[in-house]
Design a protein around this ligand. Structure first.
Ligand SMILES: O=C(O)C1=C[C@@H](OP(=O)(O)O)[C@@H](O)[C@H](O)C1
Ligand SMILES: C=C(OP(=O)(O)O)C(=O)O
Length: 435
């Protein structure tokens, strides 16, 4: 990573957090809306598109493959779909940046093309496991070369794909989605069965774009040989971005925050349940439906939190929210036990190890376990932590700073722009003291 990317933050104690916090568009939905619009017939209009580095990287890859994408204003994209077989190969590598979602889903999408592609990523993405998608794609007849299971990935074109029935070894929406996207190009049916239901945005969006698909929690099945019809997409606000404010307002006395129109897909809101089990006061107001997704305003008030044994069934529904939950646990009364979350070790950083190291530096008592942590609530003291370039870790320690006894210095925060551009300004607008 270049030195320009090495940005440090200092987060200081806050009096109380108040106001309305409008968080940016959902990252998962933004990636998928771009991919499906690109291979649809006709022009799709996306609103609320996340202007983050991850989702812009996906848009740039599709533009490199010949898709015309206009951006009339921030968060708005007009995508002229080229049809299922209209993408054109590129001689240059396709750069997915920091995005696991981008790389894994695009691998599925590119496996069925007539041309070869090379997918690359940044230092962090280059360490993330890809066999979880390349192995089942190989069963479908695809040919993807990796570097011992890691990126860069070379996806060979001109392969005839056939549908498979695949039981996922881990609960992962990225694996499921990669197979479904390859399945669009396959002969016969592609069927995926999950060990625990994961976010179903790919399934819902395929249906919205007119592709026949059968799905229920933990199951999806589609057949190749149809077409996608351009559709307008409204991207809801990202629950995973709202999560930092839910935790921060819960733990800073005197706080009340309103987070309008947040996506409340049940496969995303595990943190809401977890915080409520800990005693949090979070209400949903103005619940409504938009683009086939439930959205609502989240109103969070300070409440004394206590430790819990986190029900393992919640883990996939809050897979990106553990860094934030760990901070809540660090100041809750008593002990919090997290198990069954080994997937955290293969995210943008090893999120168990990175959080454990940082929390210890801030005086928190915790034991790291292979698939989770045992955290004793107490007081956060001033100190310096390293986010290891992991956006969710950086934002979680910014939350630790507002509730701590002094300043928390956070190293390497530039990657916050991958999922939450403008976090610092938004956080300060409701009472953080972050610089
Ligand atoms: O499908 C998606 O959009 C995502 C799925 C999850 O990853 P896994 O599929 O690896 O669990 C999640 O961590 C990631 O931030 C986004
Ligand atoms: C794990 C994440 O994203 P991705 O896998 O797309 O890099 C995340 O945003 O926390």
């Amino acid at each position: 990573m270049s030195s320009a990317r090495r940005l440090d933050w200092v987060s200081g104690p806050a009096m109380s957090l108040r106001g309305e916090v409008v968080v940016p568009g959902d990252k998962s939905v933004s990636h998928r809306s771009m991919m499906l619009s690109a291979i649809a017939d006709g022009t799709s209009h996306i609103r609320g598109f996340l202007e983050g580095e991850d989702t812009r990287a996906t848009a740039a890859v599709l533009a490199q493959l010949g898709v015309s994408i206009e951006s009339p204003s921030a968060g708005e994209r007009i995508v002229r779909g080229v049809g299922l077989h209209g993408l054109r190969g590129s001689d240059k590598p396709l750069d997915c940046g920091n995005a696991g979602t981008g790389m894994r889903l695009l691998t599925g999408l590119l496996a069925g093309q007539s041309f070869d592609s090379t997918l690359i990523g940044d230092e962090s993405l280059s360490k993330r496991p890809m066999r979880r998608v390349t192995d089942p794609l190989a069963n479908m007849g695809a040919h993807v070369d990796s570097q011992n299971g890691l990126p860069p990935l070379h996806v060979h074109g001109g392969r005839k794909l056939r549908g498979i029935r695949y039981e996922l070894p881990v609960a992962s929406a990225q694996i499921k989605s990669a197979l479904l996207l390859a399945g669009l190009y396959a002969e016969g049916s592609t069927e995926v069965i999950e060990p625990h239901p994961t976010r179903d945005y790919t399934e819902r969006m395929l249906a919205a774009f007119g592709w026949p698909i059968e799905f229920s929690p933990g199951y999806a099945k589609l057949e190749g040989g149809h077409t996608l019809r351009a559709t307008d997409v409204v991207v809801p606000a990202d629950f995973s971005s709202a999560a930092f404010f839910l935790v921060a307002a819960s733990i800073v006395p005197g706080s009340v925050l309103r987070l309008p129109a947040v996506g409340l897909n049940p496969r995303r809101t595990g943190l809401l349940e977890a915080l409520r089990l800990m005693g949090a006061d979070i209400r949903i107001e103005n619940r409504t439906e938009s683009g086939g997704e439930v959205i609502g305003d989240l109103v969070v008030r300070h409440a004394p939190l206590h430790g819990i044994e986190l029900p393992e069934a919640l883990v996939p529904d809050m897979i990106d929210e553990f860094p934030a939950l760990f901070i809540a646990a660090a100041v809750a009364k008593g002990r919090t036990v997290v198990r069954g979350a080994a997937e955290l070790r293969v995210k943008e950083s090893d999120r168990i190890a990175t959080m454990a190291a940082g929390m210890r530096a801030l005086g928190v008592n915790l034991d790291e376990t292979p698939d989770g942590a045992i955290i004793d609530g107490g007081t956060i003291v001033p100190g310096t932590v390293d986010s290891h370039g992991d956006h969710r870790i950086a934002m979680s320690f910014a939350v630790a700073g507002v509730v701590g006894k002094g300043e928390v210095t956070i190293r390497d925060c530039a990657n916050v722009a991958t999922s939450f551009p403008g976090f610092l300004e938004l956080a300060n607008s409701c009472g953080f003291t972050l610089r």
